[in-house]
Design a protein around this ligand. Structure first.
Ligand code: DLL
Length: 423
């Protein structure tokens, strides 16, 4: 469908959604009334901007299910996202919600090149986290065989990849790199000894450099997959062109705003992603601000699909670190570090305060072959890394090079920032 037709479909769906929520949801009606909006005010897609924003706080305040629209009898599944602060948020799903969710991910997997001949190992956690079951249902829907490995026991994961003829793996990018390191230690060469050819990687920010590494080291195609619990779970991914993440417009409407003003940014410009889920039933989501920073591209993709694409997530507004007034995203640090061949896959950013001044230290693991005892060589490497980081970030930073394997590893999302200012 061309974009113009997709947009008329979106408008129809948006009008219905707003009418439904205004009529049946006390929460949304109150929010809309607060902004002086009625369903009649939404006549064009641009009118979406008249609607109020929604944030995680709304869901927390409505814990556990005050924002649910479906009758409990219609709910067939719950998931929860573990909040870093306070209560978790609870998501509910009707039968249709599960179907639309699987449909979204299934389309993405097909567009990336996964089909009935594939064996997909799902190495996201199964349970309240949405990654495991989200990928699982979608892969079954397209007839791929699923190995529901979940997280943990990395050696066994590697055995499964080799022995079950696994062709694709869904995991966080940091976990896949860790898995590669463990395989190396086990004497298994992923390229030579397995059929793995694709990674469906997301749930945490990662850079193009990290993609290059994964692709080079493991000899696979690394596809970026994005989503969030509030939207259902993992939802959209890149197609085989790897030029942005397709957002299925019959199911979702995305906007990019300036976080400070709440206004739309100019086309193609970077800003905060705002999402309206057009068909969600149990827990409707309108103009939801996840705090993720990205761009929107409405050009037809080289793959031929007209559904718009969002760019790689460049970080979250709220995990942006502010050092002496300068905004730093962990992904920028990762990008710069990964340009150094001596640096391993793990790093940590330690923020502290000396007197009134914020300090930033980056701990980076060296690759085993770079880790020697020739101090002057290590000093030279450290100087080079420090210099690159300083010029990328425009902020004073010190670097500590540490032994391979000494930083913590994560099975789920990697935690890279230690902020001692607030601890
Ligand atoms: O992480 C859902 C998911 C599972 C996505 C598996 C992809 C694969 P939450 O735990 O609610 O849900 O976390 C959502 O993670 O707002 C982003 O900040 C971040 N995130 C997710 N995917 C990406 C990505 C799942 N590809 C939050 N790149 C989101 C960067 C991502 N950040």
């Amino acid at each position: 469908m061309p974009l113009s037709e997709l947009k008329s479909l979106q408008l129809k769906e948006l009008k219905m959604l707003v009418y439904k929520l205004y009529t049946f949801s006390p929460f949304y009606r109150q929010k809309m009334k607060g902004k002086g909006v009625t369903p009649e005010d939404v006549q064009t897609l641009e009118d979406v901007t008249k609607l109020p924003f929604m944030t995680k706080k709304d869901l927390r305040d409505g814990y556990p299910d005050k924002l649910f629209l479906a009758h409990p009898r219609e709910v067939v599944r719950y998931h929860a996202s573990s909040g870093t602060t306070g209560k978790p948020t609870i998501m509910g799903y009707t039968q249709n919600d599960i179907q639309n969710w699987s449909e979204s991910v299934a389309r993405g997997l097909v567009s990336a090149g996964i089909g009935t001949d594939d064996v997909l190992q799902v190495s996201y956690t199964y349970g309240l986290f949405t990654g495991g079951l989200g990928l699982h249902y979608a892969a079954e829907r397209i007839g791929a065989a699923v190995v529901p490995a979940s997280t943990g026991n990395t050696e066994r994961q590697i055995d499964l990849i080799r022995d079950m003829g696994v062709t694709a793996i869904a995991a966080t990018p940091s976990y896949l790199l860790h898995l590669g390191e463990v395989a190396e230690k086990m004497g298994i060469d992923i390229q030579r000894d397995t059929k793995l050819r694709m990674g469906i990687l997301g749930a945490e920010p990662w850079s193009q450099r990290m993609r290059d590494r994964i692709q080079d080291r493991l000899g696979i195609k690394a596809i970026d997959i994005y989503g969030a619990s509030e939207l259902s779970g993992p939802l959209w991914c890149e197609c085989s062109e790897q030029q942005g993440i397709h957002v299925w417009s019959d199911l979702a409407l995305v906007e990019i705003i300036d976080s400070a003003t709440g206004e739309h940014v100019a086309p193609g410009e970077k800003g905060e992603l705002v999402i309206t889920m057009l068909q969600k039933e149990a827990l409707p989501i309108i103009r939801y601000r996840l705090g993720d920073v990205t761009t929107l591209d409405e050009e037809v993709c080289p793959c031929g699909r007209a559904h718009p694409r969002i760019g790689r997530i460049q970080g979250r507004v709220d995990d942006m670190i502010i050092i002496r007034g300068i905004n730093v995203f962990p992904s920028q640090v990762e990008h710069s570090l990964m340009t150094n061949p001596e640096v391993g896959n793990e790093f940590q950013i330690v923020i502290d305060r000396k007197g009134a001044l914020d300090t930033m230290m980056v701990r980076a693991e060296l690759r085993p072959e770079a880790f020697g005892d020739r101090v002057f060589e290590l000093d030279a490497i450290k100087d080079r890394i420090t210099h690159k980081l300083r010029s990328t970030l425009n902020v004073g930073v010190t670097v500590e090079l540490v032994e391979p394997g000494s930083l913590p590893r994560f099975e789920g999302k990697a935690k890279r920032v230690v902020d001692k200012r607030v601890l």
